[in-house]
Design a protein around this ligand. Structure first.
Ligand code: ASP
Ligand code: MG
Length: 422
């Protein structure tokens, strides 16, 4: 007997037929004697629809009311799933975020989960009743409804699994696992059997959008074993084995690869400030106002300072910001032009960040040089570089994304023998 949290995404909830098949799957776990709690998303497309209603009602909507509106999609699916379970003889009831309650911060629209009261859930399990919990929602200190940010029901599920000390958190989604890279770019991408929390965080934050990034951080902190599974099943009602996200100690030496995956991200834009005076405090004068404006700077390159004639030494500083924040960033920089003292703010949204990720690189040298050589041989120019202990990222021209991902996938020996058929 195991204690399992099962989470179903919007595609699995899109319509009564699919909700019935989800109920059948839950029934099998329940009949096997497991303790089961379920977290659900809204029907696919529903949250977008609700968000649009708010925007239409007023561009300056009250975020507390936005949360009341957008959290409702999950209320509907949790009730429907409880009905579908009861209809096939499985005792079930829904528990809305405020009823448990799931305590959160008051950051409306992207609240953070705090305490979860598990009294009702424990009683429900003891009684063999399946608790169905709407994801994405919680309750702020002022007793107002909150939501956790788009994609937040993954985080609800992991938080629930942590609070209930579940043996597993199974996340059913419309992809069947985590791949070495985007299979649409590289048909020979392989599905990973296991990936560490840290690798998953790097892969998720650089563009492999399987789970909400926050859910992976939470799973790592709380040591929750997360399994990503396909919600599409064979005739026996089984889905193919997915990907297990676990701690590094659970990955055997045999399975350990130098590089686990390659991610790409086109959502960054490059800014270069020319002729920034080379003096103490110069860099702070650039990045402090951006940070104050809530803009996340990612890659940073400061060129070697040079002096022309008798003018004081100056340098060019290049960095990236999210493409969506480009206009705002330029505005912030313009307002600080005097304090920073730059000449021009050049910008280019047509860049892509390519990252190779793997815990194996902790103990191996040469990963970065292989990346640069491989790209260089294909004439791909590297505009900026950043590294962490388990990741090397480069910035290249957007048009070269697919080529770069393909050649790197081959260079690090990640290609499968056969292309995936799916
Ligand atoms: N329904 C919410 C969304 O679409 C939360 C989720 O599905 O994870 O963002
Ligand atoms: Mg999702």
């Amino acid at each position: 007997m195991a204690r399992i949290v099962m989470k179903f995404g919007g595609t699995s909830m899109a319509g009564i037929e699919r909700i019935r098949s989800v109920a059948a799957r839950i029934k099998r776990e329940w009949e096997a004697g497991n303790e089961v709690a379920v977290v659900v998303s809204a029907m696919a497309g529903e949250t977008d629809r609700l968000v649009n209603f708010c925007r239409e009602a007023s561009s300056l909507y009250d975020p507390r009311e936005y949360d009341v509106v957008v959290s409702s999609g999950e209320q509907v699916t949790s009730g429907l799933l409880a009905i579908a379970l009861q209809a096939i003889g499985v005792p079930a009831r829904s528990w809305l975020g405020w009823q448990l309650p799931i305590r959160t911060s008051d950051g409306h629209g992207s609240a953070r989960i705090g305490e979860i009261d598990t009294t009702a859930l424990s009683a429900s399990m003891a009684d063999r009743t399946v608790a169905v919990i709407p994801g994405f929602q919680g309750l702020a200190p002022g007793e107002r409804v909150t939501t956790l940010g788009r994609g937040g029901s993954d985080t609800s599920a992991v938080a629930m699994a942590a609070a209930m000390k579940a043996d597993r958190c199974d996340i059913y989604t419309d992809v069947d696992g985590v791949y070495t890279t985007d299979p649409r770019i590289v048909p020979r991408a392989r599905k990973l059997k296991r990936v560490t929390y840290e690798e998953m965080l790097e892969l998720a934050s650089v563009g492999a959008k399987v789970l909400q990034t926050r859910s992976v951080g939470l799973a790592m902190k709380e040591n929750v074993r997360v399994q990503v599974l396909s919600s599409f099943v064979d005739e026996d009602g089984n889905s193919e084995p997915g990907t297990l996200i676990v701690g590094e100690e659970e990955i055997g030496d045999m399975e350990r690869q130098l590089i686990t995956g390659i991610a790409h991200d086109k959502n960054e834009a490059k800014i270069t400030l020319t002729n920034v005076p080379d003096k103490p405090g110069a860099v702070a004068s650039i990045f402090s106002p951006l940070a104050d404006a809530g803009i996340n700077v990612d890659m940073i390159v400061q060129n070697v300072a040079h002096a022309t004639g008798t003018a004081p030494k100056s340098t060019d500083v290049t960095f990236t910001v999210p493409t969506a924040d480009l206009a705002r960033s330029l505005d912030v920089l313009e307002k600080s032009r005097e304090a920073i003292g730059f000449d021009a703010a050049l910008h280019d949204p047509r860049v892509a960040k390519i990252s190779v990720v793997g815990v194996g690189m902790r103990s191996h040298a040469g990963v970065a040089s292989k990346m640069f050589t491989t790209l260089g041989e294909r004439g791909i120019n590297v505009q900026a570089i950043t590294t962490s202990e388990i990741k090397v990222s480069v910035l290249i021209h957007e048009d070269e994304t697919e080529l770069a991902v393909r050649v790197l996938h081959t260079a690090y020996g990640l290609d499968a023998e056969e292309p995936a058929t799916a």
